[in-house]
Design a protein around this ligand. Structure first.
Ligand SMILES: Cc1cc2nc3c(=O)[nH]c(=O)nc-3n(C[C@H](O)[C@H](O)[C@H](O)COP(=O)(O)OP(=O)(O)OC[C@H]3O[C@@H](n4cnc5c(N)ncnc54)[C@H](O)[C@@H]3O)c2cc1C
Length: 378
């Protein structure tokens, strides 16, 4: 069974079902009512440095491409590519160095000289130093994608049902979950509870230090398509990689099928504070306007926020928990859980069925953080 019907739980359900397992997906709220319904749908390889997360992103990108062929336009998959731009010669050097390293790790990158940026993005600001195009970057609509993956999985979906304990036998192995509406017995439990992954881990008696990292997204009024790619500055990569609690606001600007331009997304550690922050939204708007000056004359319709599930080393927890037989984790994907969902679900299905995972799961081990004593109740 899978706890959490967000993008990651939906992908776990799909690939587990396709591996031949009976799957129950349980969520205390509606489908995609957590961070999946409160973020954006960028499927990015461009913002990842070479390493385990990039390997997972590349695998996930391939799987998203396959799913898009199967599900058609239903999930609003758009393989539009990402354009990362540099405003100074120094940041262009850093960007092209990163792109060179990414290329050796399997990413397709295309250097874009300053005088060719407007061919790709006619409304981009003047005076930028150059950029790199990443054709593998794509986009989906996360809520639709989660819903369609669950439907395609054929899994039993139980919404409005809260998991209150992970049941374990006298030997400590998982035997199901207790919910506010009765027990569900299952030999394996996948913790796909996103930002609440620490709570679900604790229900099984183990520590997994997932913390929220707040992000705002600004949504403009609908416009004819003027932003063709996902466009962001090279500073964004530093913001994503940073583990600082302080506010980071370098924007990613993208057009959507429905017309509004999405300007995302800030990053800050303020717990689960849901209050609106004008300074944050103002900083996003200012950054986006610097990239696309025409946005100055466009009205913002609304802003919304969500809480990214963040582990201390900024890698997700994916795979079996050696501390509790039958417990698996698929959470903590920070600002990349939509993009990384497919690869995560695929790897979880492989481990659930006793196969060797296609990628090395060592960097994603859920027990890689210092342990604190946590009692468990059989
Ligand atoms: C502003 C913003 C922008 C973002 N942009 C992007 C982007 O462009 N690309 C990208 O890849 N990622 C992006 N992200 C990150 C992405 O949204 C998350 O990484 C992803 O949604 C996490 O999905 P999930 O399924 O792990 O968690 P969630 O969607 O939060 O799902 C977890 C579910 O678990 C359920 N749950 C928790 N506890 C229990 C319990 N005890 N019992 C039952 N159910 C429980 C919750 O109700 C919830 O529905 C963004 C995030 C934010 C906030």
């Amino acid at each position: 069974m899978v706890v959490g019907a967000g993008m990651v739980g939906a992908a776990c359900a799909l690939y587990a079902a396709r591996a031949g397992l009976d799957v129950i997906l349980v969520d205390r709220g509606p489908l995609a009512g957590g961070t999946t319904g409160a973020g954006e749908g960028n499927l990015l390889v461009s913002d990842k440095e070479p390493g385990p997360e990039l390997r997972l992103a590349l695998k996930s990108a391939t799987l998203w491409g396959e799913l898009a062929q199967e599900l058609g336009t239903a999930v609003e998959y758009e393989p539009k590519g990402g354009l990362v731009v540099a405003s100074t010669p120094a940041s262009l050097t850093a960007l092209t160095d990163l792109a060179a390293a990414q290329r050796t790790a399997g990413v397709t990158t295309v250097r874009v000289p300053a005088d060719q940026l407007h061919e790709l993005e006619p409304h981009l600001a003047d005076g930028l130093a150059g950029g790199v195009l990443y054709p593998q970057d794509a986009q989906v609509m996360p809520t639709l994608a989660a819903a369609h993956l669950v439907r395609a999985s054929g899994a039993r979906l139980e919404t409005g049902r809260t998991v209150t304990r992970v049941l374990r036998d006298t030997a400590g192995a998982v035997r199901g979950v207790r919910t506010d509406r009765g027990d569900i017995l299952a030999p394996a439990v996948v913790n796909a509870a996103g930002t609440w992954g620490a709570e679900v881990a604790a229900l099984a008696g183990v520590r997994l230090p997932v913390l929220p990292r707040r992000g705002f997204v600004l949504v403009t009024e609908p416009l004819p398509r003027r932003v063709r790619h996902k466009v962001y500055t090279a500073d964004y990569v530093d913001d994503v990689a940073s583990d600082s609690a302080a506010l980071k606001t370098s924007p990613v600007v993208e057009g959507t099928a429905a017309g509004p331009v999405l300007i995302g997304a800030s990053r800050e550690r303020v717990g689960f504070d849901r209050s609106f922050s004008l300074p944050v939204v103002r900083a996003l708007a200012a950054g986006a306007t610097r990239l696309f000056p025409f946005l100055e004359h466009v009205r913002a319709m609304r802003a919304y926020l969500g809480f990214r599930p963040c582990l201390p080393d900024r890698l997700p927890a994916v795979g079996p928990d050696p501390r509790v037989p039958g417990l698996f984790h698929a959470c903590g994907h920070e600002g990349a859980g939509i993009g990384l969902a497919t690869g995560t679900g695929h790897l979880i299905a492989q481990t659930l069925t006793g196969r060797d995972p296609e990628l090395d799961l060592t960097p994603f081990r859920p027990d890689r953080f210092p342990e604190e004593a946590a009692p468990w109740i059989p």
